[in-house]
Write a protein that binds this ligand. Structure first.
Ligand code: NAD
Length: 508
């Protein structure tokens, strides 16, 4: 029976101060270092089993806390997180294993290794749009890497006790992952307590504040920030499927996804039929909360986000855009924003420039491949994108030219569906990669190790420096970097001479 040290998890912000939580996490890191990756994987499997068996009650909690539809909660949060955890369990041992790497001929007789060591205490600062998925995927990756973890959920979707309940099924894991509730001020205090690395997921505005704060303390940070994702549709697509993809990409999670489609670029020759079909598909959407799994679009999670969306819509209308909405005029308290398609937009509109994060999408015609690449790349954001065309050569060409962290070809938001793929942005969408091999290694520091034998031999580059050695090193450079067949003969000759000279003392 395993005995785990440190198990006091902060139940709320009042029991333990941020400083104490970091200290507690540091202690649990020290005490729990002895546990192997095999033992850690076994703990994660318990978590998977708990979530699998309790998925309906977890879905209840998620829909209540966020207002999202049951299907969004079940698929994007629960299925998404289980997929990631399962992939981590199958791959963590290989990814974190010490690796032997090539040792060059000049270091003959040695062996070289890379160890992936945990940082210590990882601080996860989490947003409100996917509160379960983001918390668990990163926390468990960090735990598997050998770290202790502190999760600070968003103050808007704390779901008190849910994470602790999930973790309690796995005692070692529960002793390594600590949850502390609170707002941005608690987040700042946690940073002040100097965790060993911060993983921040949230808005670009907050991300910049955290980068400034952490830089003062020289704490490394990975930042997954906002987006204004484009979907690029060329004229040769299957219209019906592409319209269905665009609609889901724009409206899933009521548009509150960092990678949801906000700008729908359609090649001019199919713009009108595309828009007609899109509107028809919109009219079929079921908008609801408290559903049994049969509603398509849920509510906006916070009042302030609903206000931002409304501000973008009002600004667009004022500046001449055409808005097409479906659904009833809904009371402000329900936070149900009607799905909206916006056409006739221009660069001056907030809805084109800023992240809207709602069930609204701007449709914009374009003419050529060059034009669309230029348009997309002038955005300050670069999270993900999608390119739709039957001509795969063209789709790949465009996907390579886009300055984004991910591109789905002939599909939407799909890179996130494969746990083996890295996730993260460029430009103001952040840096660092979560998920996949890179995502797991991001929770580790690489340590370089080289092993030599115990012998009486001195290295050629050690003292004494002599004129003879100097000449031999010149010959060594010539031999090492020449491109012809004489290389190995020359190397053997000069290597032998250097070796002999190296064992001599000055004056020998
Ligand atoms: P936010 O930036 O307002 O808050 C995120 C977290 O940061 C919260 O837990 C908050 O309490 C905390 N926080 C706020 N100020 C802080 C400070 N000064 N120091 C430390 N912590 C602080 O973001 P949000 O509104 O919760 O989430 C929506 C945003 O997240 C959108 O912009 C969305 O695009 C982005 N997002 C990005 C990704 C991604 O992977 N790129 C994923 C999901 C969401």
């Amino acid at each position: 029976m395993l005995k785990y040290s440190s198990s006091t998890t902060a139940q709320d912000g009042t029991t333990l101060s941020p400083d104490q939580v970091i200290q507690q996490a540091r202690q649990s890191f020290q005490h729990n270092q002895i546990y192997s990756i095999k033992q850690r994987i076994a703990e994660v499997k318990r978590v998977i089993e708990y979530i699998r068996l309790n998925r309906e009650s977890i879905t209840d909690e998620l829909t209540q806390a966020t207002g999202k539809t049951r299907t969004d909660a079940l698929v994007s949060e629960i299925l998404g997180v289980l997929d990631n955890l399962h992939w981590n369990c199958s791959n963590a041992k290989r990814i974190f294993a010490e690796k032997k790497v090539h040792t060059p001929i000049t270091l003959l007789g040695k062996s070289s290794h890379i160890r992936h060591e945990p940082y210590g205490v990882i601080l996860l600062i989490v947003p409100w749009n996917y509160p379960l998925h983001i918390s668990l995927t990163f926390a468990i990756g960090a735990f598997l890497a050998g770290n202790s973890v502190i999760i600070k959920p968003s103050e808007h979707t704390p779901m008190p006790g849910l994470l602790e309940r999930i973790f309690s099924t796995a005692p070692l894991l529960a002793s390594c992952i600590h949850v502390i509730y609170g707002d941005g001020a608690i987040g700042q205090q946690l940073i002040d307590a100097r965790p060993d690395k911060i993983f921040f997921t949230g808005s670009t505005v907050t991300g910049k504040k955290i980068l400034r704060h952490a830089s003062e303390l020289v704490v490394p940070v990975d930042v997954e920030l906002g987006g204004k994702d484009p979907m690029i549709v060329f004229e040769d697509v299957n219209l019906q499927r592409t319209v269905a993809g665009a609609l889901w990409g724009a409206m899933t999670n009521a548009g509150q996804s960092c990678t949801s489609v906000e700008l729908l670029y359609i090649q001019r020759s199919i713009f009108t039929p595309f828009i007609t079909q899109f509107k028809q598909a919109m009219e079929q959407l079921v908008i609801n909360t408290g559903d049994q799994g049969n509603a398509d679009v849920g509510a906006i999670t916070t009042n302030f986000q609903a206000e931002i969306i409304q501000e973008h819509l009002d600004d667009a209308k004022r500046k001449g855009a055409t808005l097409f909405s479906v659904g009833q005029a809904i009371s402000a308290s329900s936070r149900l924003i009607p799905p909206t398609l916006i056409t006739d937009v221009n660069e001056d509109m907030l809805i084109v420039q800023e992240e809207t994060f709602g069930p609204v999408v701007c449709a914009i015609p374009f003419d050529s491949e060059d034009e669309i690449i230029r348009l997309v790349n002038q955005s300050p954001y670069g999270l993900s994108a999608s390119v739709w065309s039957k001509d795969l050569k063209r789709a790949k060409r465009v996907s390579h030219a886009l300055q984004t962290g991910a591109v789905s070809i002939n599909n939407v938001m799909l890179t996130e569906g494969n746990p083996a793929l890295p996730f993260g942005g460029v430009k103001e969408s952040g840096f660092g990669r979560g998920k996949g091999e890179e995502g797991l290694l991001a929770f580790t520091r690489s340590k370089a190790i080289i092993i030599d034998k115990q012998s009486g031999k001195k290295e050629p580059n050690w003292y004494p420096y002599t004129l003879k050695k100097y000449q031999l090193f010149g010959e060594l450079i010539d031999a090492l970097f020449r491109q012809d067949w004489l290389k190995y003969i020359k190397l053997a000759l000069v290597g032998g001479k250097l070796e002999k000279t190296s064992q001599q003392n000055r004056g020998d």
